[in-house]
Design a binder for this molecule. Structure first.
Ligand code: ADP
Ligand code: TYD
Length: 206
């Protein structure tokens, strides 16, 4: 089966990047062509926007300005990377997509859900076929993310209460949309990866 679009979501440090990489390797080992990508980023222009949104002071941008920047990055990512790969019949695995904007910009700092949804409909208009939500306790996520700390700490620096709201938001979103599978993330990399692969194969995604 080809042309499937899979996203990983979850709070910072939940293990998305690790699991996205593992899934890409597992599908490639089965002979499937895979494009592994990420947001913000995944295309040259979007990677430039990534630096603007992930580095610097926490109050550098308002939530409203972030919605515009993340959506601009996503549009470029969709045009330059995701659509061409799906058209070639590949499985596209993205580390974050529009659900991240719904949560991090839409609900964590006031209710901007309608703004996020309208802009998404206008400029993006697609959803993944399958979304793997790696769920983890925010304290554990922050501990992992902080251990790996580099320049991209703007969102981690927003703190535990912010990540706690984000986790609850992701779980509520998963409840409302059948494309989600919730995978408990506080286990070994191998155990999480086995559940991820089972969810993908069960959904007929490779
Ligand atoms: P995310 O992309 O969700 O922020 P990462 O995959 O980058 O998460 O993982 C964050 C950190 O936690 C990394 O240092 C990674 O090696 C580590 N990590 C990932 N998965 C696990 C796991 N299951 N158990 C312990 N540590 C993990
Ligand atoms: P990411 O590189 O996935 O960081 P991590 O590996 O720590 O999870 O994403 C960087 C940050 O960008 C993350 O804190 C969430 C944030 N983000 C948004 O706020 N909105 C978005 O639309 C996206 C894609 C990411």
């Amino acid at each position: 089966m080809t042309g499937r679009f899979i996203s990983f979501e979850g709070i910072d440090g939940s293990g998305k990047s690790t699991q996205a990489r593992r899934l890409a390797e597992a599908l490639r080992a089965r002979g499937q062509a895979v494009t592994l990508t990420r947001e913000p980023g995944g295309s040259a222009g979007a990677e430039e926007i990534r630096r603007l949104v992930l580095e610097g002071a926490t109050d550098r941008w308002s939530a409203e300005t972030e919605i515009l920047l993340f959506t601009a990055a996503r549009r470029d990512h969709l045009e330059k990377t995701i659509r061409p790969a799906l058209a070639r019949g590949e499985v596209v695995i993205t580390d974050r997509f529009a659900d991240s904007t719904r949560i991090f910009q839409g609900i964590t700092r006031g209710d901007l859900t309608t703004t996020v949804d309208r802009l998404h409909e206008l400029m993006i208009g697609v959803e993944p076929d399958l979304t793997l939500l790696i769920d983890i306790d925010p304290a554990e996520g922050l501990r992992r993310a902080t251990a790996r700390a580099g320049a991209e700490m703007r969102f981690e620096d927003m703190g535990l209460a912010f990540q706690t709201r984000a986790r609850a938001g992701f779980l509520a979103l998963a409840d409302r949309h059948p494309r989600f599978r919730v995978i408990p993330g506080a286990r070994s990399v191998e155990d999480v990866a086995a559940d991820v692969l089972a969810a993908v194969l069960g959904a007929g995604a490779a």
